[in-house]
Design a protein around this ligand. Structure first.
Ligand code: SF4
Length: 202
């Protein structure tokens, strides 16, 4: 599995399908590191900092996400080994028209890129999948409000899906105390699954 995943990563890094079709995504594609991970995390798309560092969730949103994961029991030094970081699209989409945040990758860009995610999913065969943000949640679980998704777990074919809000500072969703409670519940769920379903590598 590990070698096949590394080959797939090389294929993703070489992809320029969006650019060739005139979509405004900016390579290089960003891929995860944890080729032995059994937990999959799926975000929306890399940000500008991730595009520069070529490391998923290496910007301010990633810092916030990592504090959640640490509270869910992950060793900060090993998070990128224990979790495989993936996304719906792998190239920086650029700023949105208002300049207030990053552009959401279009349906067409997602259609081009998500087959990579499907292949990663098949190789990793994860039992726990963390879905970060509305777009990733919708891709796997269908349309639903964040208030319904975050704090709940969804089981399908012996796999558990746990939604999280997007950790971007631009999101105001966590300003509400009720939503912060939902996030706390999600963190407890992740902690439980990590302990009970995923064999410890420590
Ligand atoms: S976003 Fe995905 S499909 Fe589009 S160029 Fe980047 S890697 Fe290829």
């Amino acid at each position: 599995m590990e070698q096949a995943l590394k080959r797939l990563q090389e294929e993703i890094r070489a992809c320029r399908a969006c650019v060739e079709r005139g979509y405004p995504a900016t390579p290089p594609p960003v891929v995860g590191l944890g080729t032995r991970a059994r937990i999959l995390l799926v975000g929306q798309a890399p940000g500008g900092m991730e595009s520069d560092s070529r490391l998923p969730f290496s910007g301010p949103a990633g810092k916030r996400l990592f504090t959640w994961l640490e509270r869910a029991g992950f060793d900060p030094e090993r998070i990128r080994e224990e979790i495989y970081f993936s996304a719906l699209t792998r190239c920086y989409p650029g700023k949105n028209a208002r300049g207030s945040g990053d552009r959401r990758p279009s349906r067409e860009e997602r259609a081009l890129c998500t087959p990579f995610l499907a292949r990663e999913f098949a190789l990793i065969d994860p039992k726990l999948i963390l879905l970060v943000g509305q777009m990733a949640i919708e891709h796997f679980l269908g349309k639903m409000p964040l208030t319904q998704a975050v704090g709940a777990e969804f089981e399908e074919e012996d796999r558990f899906y746990i939604p999280l809000p997007h950790p971007s500072g631009a999101s105001t969703w966590l300003n509400s105390p009720e939503n912060r409670d939902r996030l706390e519940h999600a963190i407890r769920l992740i902690r439980w699954h990590r302990t009970h379903l995923i064999p410890s590598k420590r």
